[in-house]
Design a protein around this ligand. Structure first.
Ligand SMILES: [Zn+2]
Length: 154
């Protein structure tokens, strides 16, 4: 027999198309279009709430914390998680875990967490020296704190 009658799934799909087709074709709202045009942070799980928290933190702490430790004044543009949150919402939203950084300092820190000594299982103190935001810290500091990626207390 060459022709089969539609399966249940096929019939249901046809019914759904008939029922929801007009909805699917409805024009997007301005907000939906806006969201489609800037999917980045929202898709990464940050979203509007983080954008607000970030702006508040930068307003209160406008200077790069890493540079500040060296007595240098550099405007911060990034709010960093001191302890990598790795998807943990408690670490993510804890204001005590936020610090303002300039982009070069943030990039350097992220590099050590993602591809550097943190997970490589090796020493990799070299890459930090290259990145160079904290040249005064010995590589032993990072080796000591190399368990679980915690770079800083508190
Ligand atoms: Zn900096």
């Amino acid at each position: 027999m060459a022709v089969q009658s539609p399966t249940y799934q096929q019939r249901k799909a046809a019914a759904d198309r008939a029922r929801y087709g007009t909805l699917a074709a409805a024009p997007l709202t301005t907000k939906q279009i806006h969201d489609q045009q800037r999917p980045n942070s929202t898709q990464r799980g940050y979203g509007y709430r983080w954008q607000k928290a970030r702006l508040v933190h930068l307003a209160e702490h406008p200077l790069c914390a890493t540079h500040l430790e060296r007595g240098e004044t550099v405007a911060a543009t990034v709010v960093d998680h001191i302890v990598p949150h790795k998807g943990d919402p408690e670490l993510f939203w804890d204001p005590e875990n936020h610090q303002s950084l300039c982009k070069p300092c943030h990039d350097a820190k992220t590099a050590t967490e993602d591809g550097g000594f943190g997970r490589a299982g090796g020493r990799g103190g070299e890459s930090l020296q290259v990145a160079g935001p904290r040249p005064y810290l010995s590589s032993r500091f990072f080796e000591r704190n190399n368990q679980g990626g915690v770079l800083k207390d508190g």
